[in-house]
Design a protein around this ligand. Structure first.
Ligand code: NAP
Length: 275
């Protein structure tokens, strides 16, 4: 690898981002890893060779401050994020806006600031970590799934804007990965959805607890970086590729029925719903 290649990984304090930063250091990249407060990263969680810089994706000021400190960026991994669970009927528009700021607008603002560097370099790769949820949404995580889907579709369009300039754009959609990802729970008191959502949440939490190692996603990201002509979309994690394929091949009604069954929501909702 050429010397002085630089990678920027957002959300590198733990989980998928930390494993990705570790993998990039291993192959010789100069790695900048971000999190909200680098001072709080425990010494045992720090990776030798990663420079930790602050980034709060909820704040344009913080994004711009990071951009001001950056030099060359060859690889941008838009990974930072957190999750949300709540019935669409009960999630306030303000809460939706907050999730979109974190999962979409923040990343897009960062991309806008990095593109000029990559244009000047005449090369670069932007990898957006989304979620398999954008193809198979977990019930009551609809807003989260929609924000991830927005990133994927934006990335598909951006790919063609940047391809002539030598810049590649790729989406990586993990399935359930064993991390401590924060999930905000939103549920009104006495909600008709309470039992169904609690069932779905318990199953989602168990799947994350038994999910794939975050290093699996990092390994997929490394493969993509090394690939000269990467595809627009990759899955990562156990069963992810098969699930994505089945979601496209099987009749929609069958897929949806199976999701309701898996997350045990149908019966609990029917019993509680009062019309
Ligand atoms: N775990 C899964 O099952 C799974 C599945 C599909 C997709 N994903 C996606 O994978 C990505 C990484 O998730 P993970 O599971 O590795 O979660 P994680 O272990 O909780 O890591 C999340 C990272 O994002 C950073 N972050 C959180 N909120 C932020 C904010 N407002 N501004 C800037 N940085 C922020 C965190 O840093 P600080 O808290 O230190 O600031 C942390 O480094 C996310 O985009 C997630 O949606 C995860």
């Amino acid at each position: 690898m050429e010397q002085n290649r630089c990678a920027l990984v957002t959300g590198a304090s733990r989980g998928i981002g930390r494993e990705t930063a570790r993998a990039l250091v291993r192959v010789g990249y100069k790695v900048i890893g971000t999190c909200r407060n680098p001072v709080k990263v425990k010494p045992e969680d720090e990776i030798d060779g990663v420079e930790y810089l602050p980034l709060e994706l909820m704040s344009e000021k913080s994004i711009d401050a990071l951009l001001d400190r950056l030099g060359r960026v060859d690889v941008l991994v838009n990974n930072a994020g957190s999750s949300q669970m709540g019935p669409v009927e009960e999630v306030s528009i303000e809460k939706m806006r907050q999730l979109y700021q974190l999962s979409f607008f923040g990343h897009v603002r960062l991309i806008q600031g990095i593109i000029p560097k990559m244009r000047e370099q005449k090369q670069g790769i932007i990898i957006n970590v989304t979620s398999l949820a954008s193809h198979l949404p977990v019930p009551f995580s609809s807003i989260y799934a929609s924000a991830k889907s927005a990133m994927e579709v934006m990335g598909n369009g951006l790919r063609n804007e940047l391809a002539p300039l030598g810049i590649r754009v790729v989406t990586v959609a993990p399935s359930f990965i064993q991390t401590d990802i924060y999930q905000e729970k939103i549920l009104e008191a006495g909600s008709v959805y309470a039992s169904a959502m609690n069932n779905a949440k318990a199953i989602r939490d168990a799947r994350i607890k038994n999910g794939s190692d975050p290093a699996v996603v990092a390994a997929k990201i490394m493969k993509i970086i090394e690939c000269k002509n990467p595809k627009p979309f990759y899955t990562a994690g156990q069963g992810a590729m098969l699930m994505a394929l089945l979601s496209k091949l099987l009749p929609a009604g069958l897929v949806e029925k199976n999701i309701r069954k898996q997350f045990r929501i149908e019966n609990s909702l029917q019993k509680k719903t009062v019309i």
